[in-house]
Design a protein around this ligand. Structure first.
Ligand SMILES: O=C(CO)[C@H](O)[C@H](O)COP(=O)(O)O
Length: 233
């Protein structure tokens, strides 16, 4: 049986990289949840940081935890962004957006000096693509965007929540694209973002600098990427 031990171990470990005075990006999801709880403990213990949230959900949690929040538009750079992923490979390429927050997550990752990714061991894969790739699309003309993605072999499915269309924090829809195996992630990334109506897709290529993998026994393993190019060093 899968437990949350790996997620908790990875999420909490990541908080060790936060230093006083930092501006921190708070990720979204059930693994980043543990990072936010740990940061809350550290803040209540006197750690002086400020944070920017990648979703309304994480913002609410951070507020509950007493973590000082700052508006993204008031921030010049983020020192460290800590976020989860739906899949990661050993080169630290990611699929994100299972929680529907991929657009803000990517904007904040791109504004960060470092992106730490927290996952449990089940999300480390040889090839990206088994997890359906989330693609955020504008609601206007979304059926046409859907058809164009279908024609490109994406096998899109409109994401629903409680039988209604899932709406992102940005007022958009998500089309989950079923590839099974992604062969050329950079080419796919460009192809998807070139479709009119697509706002962003969940491939995070060369963003992550450190992958923190939590195991069922509570241990963690880390893999680093020496030169991620998409974060703003
Ligand atoms: O990209 C995300 C949200 O948009 C999450 O980071 C991703 O879905 C992983 O979530 P979890 O830790 O709950 O499995």
């Amino acid at each position: 049986m899968q437990t949350n031990i790996g997620k908790k171990a990875a999420g909490e470990k990541a908080a060790e990289y936060i230093k006083p005075g930092m501006t921190v990006g708070l990720g979204t999801g059930s693994t980043a949840y543990y990072t936010i709880l740990r940061i809350g403990e550290l803040v209540r213990g006197g750690l002086d940081i400020r944070a920017v949230a990648t979703s309304a959900q994480s913002e609410e949690l951070a507020r509950e935890q007493g973590i000082p929040l700052v508006d993204f538009d008031k921030v010049e750079k983020i020192d460290i962004d800590i976020d989860g992923a739906d899949e990661a490979d050993a080169q630290l390429q990611l699929i994100k957006g299972g929680g529907g927050a991929l657009l803000r997550e990517k904007i904040i990752a791109a504004a960060s000096k470092e992106m730490l990714v927290v996952i449990d061991e089940h999300k480390l894969v040889k090839h990206l693509g088994k997890f359906p790739l989330p693609v955020e699309v504008v609601t206007f003309g979304w059926e046409l965007t859907f058809r164009q993605l279908s024609a490109l072999g994406a096998h899109p499915v409109l994401r629903l929540k409680d039988n209604n269309r899932f709406i992102t924090d940005n007022g958009n829809y998500i089309l989950d694209c079923h590839y099974q195996k992604i062969h050329n992630a950079p080419a796919l990334h460009t192809q998807l973002n070139n479709v009119p109506g697509v706002v962003e897709n969940g491939l995070f290529l060369d963003y992550a600098s450190r992958l923190i993998i939590g195991h069922e026994d509570g241990s963690v393993r880390e893999i680093t990427h020496p030169y991620p190019t998409k974060t703003s060093f």
